[in-house]
Design a protein around this ligand. Structure first.
Ligand code: ADP
Ligand code: MG
Length: 295
């Protein structure tokens, strides 16, 4: 049977918006020394903002195709794209046979043929070049800028690039501070986004470049969490479909909030109802206190 101290800790955590799937998860969390965090939608709001477009076609046409493709995606950046199109009064183009390439983007078919939208890895896979030059409209220095880039293309032809900004949640600096104050060994960032963006967010959150792993595919996140788990107890905190494998692999998988994906929630051992990392820090403390009581 579950000790009373654990039951009462589970209830207290639930009141704080931290739902453990069982007593074992609480006991393991007490032993966690390394916390690895996904970036987009976990440390940051996930409400990216469109700040620039460089297109070889008309900007409205570019956004209409991009939004048409992203109408079929549940990725946070897709919502940002749909919002940007709507704010400009641009109706999405109809796209069929749309499918997600996890950690890369979307592919589908519009009236002109196969179109795709995603990161540099997807562009390369489609045979498109995204180098800075007049033909591509990609400006010098764009790839080094701290922006999430979404490239749109038709076959091997690049139609343009959109740049987005991702901001830390207002509660994240304090939340990470509380975790550190509670005596956590290491805090890492594991992201599918580009290093330039990850380091910019990291700088605001006091996560050093050496603790940041960027440009990760879902399988890379899984592998890294596995490596960390070989050295000590590791918790992984994430929100996306791309985080599911890493959440399942971690000693404690923690899914973010109501805005997180269903797949992430299912793979996790703990659900954070609030998106405040501070709540996780409180649960970590509570788990440690409980461990000293029942020992
Ligand atoms: P993260 O680890 O930051 O949550 P993901 O693994 O979900 O990121 O995605 C990695 C990158 O792939 C994103 O930063 C984005 O550039 C690209 N990407 C993923 N899904 C989409 C999409 N639906 N549309 C455009 N780009 C996408
Ligand atoms: Mg995410």
């Amino acid at each position: 049977s579950v000790p009373a101290a654990i039951l009462s800790a589970l209830a207290a955590a639930a009141r704080g918006g931290v739902l453990f799937k069982g007593g074992a998860a609480l006991e393991t969390l007490a032993k966690v020394e390394t916390f690895a965090f996904d970036k987009t939608g976990t440390l940051t709001t996930g409400q990216q903002e469109l700040v620039e477009i460089h297109a070889t076609c008309d900007e409205a046409d570019f956004l209409a195709r991009l939004a048409g493709l992203e109408a079929h995606s549940e990725h946070p950046i897709a919502a940002a794209i749909r919002r940007a199109a709507e704010a400009r009064g641009i109706a999405p183009v109809a796209v069929r046979e749309a499918r997600a390439v996890p950690g890369e983007g979307m592919v589908g078919v519009d009236e002109t043929g196969v179109i795709w939208a995603g990161n540099l890895r997807l562009a390369t896979r489609m045979g498109a070049k995204a180098e800075a030059d007049a033909a591509s409209q990609v400006p010098e220095g764009l790839h080094a800028a701290p922006r999430t880039l979404v490239l749109l293309g038709r076959g091997a032809q690049l139609l343009g690039v959109a740049g987005f900004e991702d901001r830390p949640r207002a509660s994240t600096p304090h939340g990470l501070g509380a975790l550190r104050a509670g005596g956590v060994g290491e805090i890492l960032m594991l992201t599918g986004d580009r290093r330039a963006v990850a380091e910019q967010v990291g700088a605001e959150l006091r996560i050093a470049p050496a603790a940041i792993h960027a440009d990760l595919r879902p399988e890379d996140k899984l592998r890294l969490v596995g490596e960390l788990a070989g050295k000590g107890r590791v918790a992984f905190v994430g929100d996306g479909v791309n985080d599911a494998a890493a959440l399942a692999r971690a000693d404690v998988g923690i899914a973010m909030g109501a805005a997180g994906s269903e797949v992430a929630l299912q793979a996790a051992d703990v659900a954070l109802l609030s998106e405040d990392i501070g709540r996780l820090a409180e649960a970590h403390r509570l788990a440690r206190r409980t461990a000293t009581i029942i020992r």
